[in-house]
Design a protein. Structure first.
Length: 361
């Protein structure tokens, strides 16, 4: 029997339908796990045998409902080579004798209908057992702009223990997920970033020693180190140097301030602050020093650092015990960009008040 040919339009529609079915069966079959926006955290920071630790799962994002499971990890002093602590699967954990000389991390696994993602807290300070041995009460803090060529500065953190206490600051280069960190062979409170640091995150480990022993604490890692500006190019060029601002009455302008996380939901999670400085002509400014503090003081105050070749300085600050976590509330910060050597009440300085929202989980 002779078949009646199908109209070309029907053949085309059928082909499109077949392609859609095929793509639905193969290309979109992989589920996407929840995305961690703010890492888990552990409180309190000061850890002793017998201390009760509480883990916060952090903030997660997903298009589907999320279920969570928890694991407490016992790690070395670097927060690495971790092993699961048997039976520790709740949001709280009591520090045991077996944890002495180790650090503890809180791991969260988020599941949205079969697709999972995990995230870990920053390690606690090293747990000590001998009275008088150094014990960290607040972690070291890194300030400065994580861009090749820029200088980072680190604090010792805060410590209890028999005085005097001596400190050694060691710099480490980490991968993006901070699952592998390598001692770069540099010690001291300052470090200037090199090309090999680009694409990595930096952190410091502080080892405190006294007559009763020694222990270590690790900073929160920086954001990814950015490559140094190559210079040239069109569209306005690079930032101008702060020394070149002012001949025609220009001043510094605190152009933009961003917070991450925003809103802040925990006192135990560090806040990353990015500050952009321009002049009154709208040009990015490099080398401008930036003062930054909360009003009133409810968070750590970073050491003034200069803006980089992109006109940006980045700080990591830590909420203090009286940092207010409330719904429909904001914490205010004072920002000042200035040129070193200028008179306090004159010169080209620019100021701004900014705020970050807080939210009670």
């Amino acid at each position: 029997m002779k078949r009646t040919p199908r109209p070309a339009a029907l053949v085309f529609i059928g082909a499109i339908a077949a392609l859609l079915v095929a793509s639905g069966a193969t290309g979109n079959s992989k589920a996407v796990g929840p995305e961690n926006k703010t890492p888990p955290s552990v409180s309190p920071y000061l850890v002793k045998v017998g201390s009760k630790l509480t883990g916060d799962k952090g903030l997660w994002q997903s298009t589907k409902d999320i279920t969570y499971s928890y694991t407490w990890l016992r790690c070395n002093v670097d927060g690495e080579n971790c092993s699961k602590i048997s039976g520790a699967t709740e949001t709280t954990y009591k520090v045991a004798q077996a944890d002495v000389a180790h650090t503890i991390r809180f791991q969260v696994t988020a599941d949205n209908d079969g697709a999972t993602s995990t995230a870990k807290s920053n390690p606690t300070a090293q747990i000590v057992d001998k009275a008088g041995a150094p014990q960290a009460t607040a972690p070291p803090v890194i300030t400065g702009t994580p861009t090749v060529g820029q200088q980072l500065n680190a604090t010792n953190g805060s410590w209890n223990g028999t005085k005097p206490i001596t400190y050694v600051i060691t710099w480490e280069r980490c991968n993006t997920a901070v699952t592998e960190c390598t001692d770069i062979g540099h010690s001291g409170p300052s470090y200037r970033l090199v090309n090999g640091d680009a694409g990595h995150r930096m952190r410091v480990q502080v080892t405190a020693s006294n007559s009763d022993g020694k222990s270590s604490a690790t900073s929160v890692p920086t954001t990814l180190v950015q490559p140094q500006s190559s210079g040239g190019g069109g569209g306005g060029g690079n930032a101008i140097d702060v020394k070149d601002v002012g001949p025609a009455g220009e001043r510094l302008v605190v152009d933009k301030v961003t917070f991450n996380p925003n809103p802040v939901t925990s006192k135990n999670v560090p806040i990353n602050v990015t500050i952009t400085v321009k002049d009154t002509n709208g040009k990015l400014v490099k080398g401008a020093l930036v003062f930054f503090r909360s009003t009133p003081v409810v968070a750590s105050i970073p050491t003034d650092a200069p803006t980089g070749a992109d006109g940006i300085v980045r700080y990591t600050i830590h909420p203090e015990g009286d940092f207010p976590i409330k719904n429909n509330y904001s914490v205010q910060f004072f920002v000042k960009a200035y040129r070193q050597g200028d008179p306090t009440l004159a010169g080209i300085s620019g100021t701004r008040l900014v705020q970050v929202a807080t939210h009670k989980p």
